[in-house]
Design a protein around this ligand. Structure first.
Ligand code: COA
Length: 160
């Protein structure tokens, strides 16, 4: 099931994210940053095991970011990532957020939800302020994608 994370999930989230960070697919997160932002996170749990996570981080009055999306390697391709993205988008809609973006190498995965590629320069400077502290700065090759929730209804059909 997909649910909001609690503090007990922090270490599991940490391992999921940093597994992919070592492969260069996600930015690494410290345990401290996961605790501080635990309210951002959704997790997917099955039989007591944490199989996936994603964070919805509010950036501005009308903008939020999906961050740290990860599904355990042996459970990929079963619809878990889609459920997590959908939970983030539903939460964004409830919060009244207009646009949700992601910085990703998996842009075709996000396109299923109506995300489209956007020039990074269109995102607020606040987003790029954080980049200075990133291990990939200044040669980041991630693609920016965003979706306008007022124009694109959530339409993915669950596989799980
Ligand atoms: C990307 C990720 C979260 C998707 O989760 P998942 O549970 O495997 O995805 P789902 O089962 O819901 O969806 C599978 C679909 O996504 C596609 N997909 C999965 N990973 C993809 C990727 N890296 N790039 C493009 N498409 C991808 C699959 O081809 C499949 O397509 P289909 O439905 O047309 O067959 C997962 O593969 C993962 O953890 N990847 C490593 C970390 C990462 O790249 N995170 C995203 C960074 S923002």
């Amino acid at each position: 099931m997909v649910r909001k994370a609690t503090l007990k999930d922090a270490i599991g989230i940490y391992h999921l994210i940093n597994h992919y960070a070592r492969e260069g697919l996600l930015l690494p997160r410290s345990l401290s940053s996961i605790y501080e932002n635990i309210r951002d996170f959704w997790v997917y749990e099955e039989e007591g095991q944490l199989l996936g996570c994603a964070g919805l981080h509010v950036v501005w009055e009308d903008l939020a970011e999906i961050k740290s999306l990860a599904v355990r390697e042996d459970k990929r391709g079963k619809g878990i990532g889609s459920l997590l993205v959908e939970a983030c988008l539903e939460e964004a809609q409830k919060l009244g957020i207009k646009k949700v973006f992601a910085l990703t190498y998996a842009h075709s995965f996000f396109s299923k939800f109506g995300f489209e590629e956007v020039e990074k320069a269109k995102l607020p400077h606040k987003v790029w302020g954080e980049c200075v502290n990133c291990v990939k700065f200044p040669s980041c090759d991630e693609i920016a994608v965003w979706v306008d929730l007022e124009k694109v209804p959530i339409r993915y059909e669950h596989k799980v």
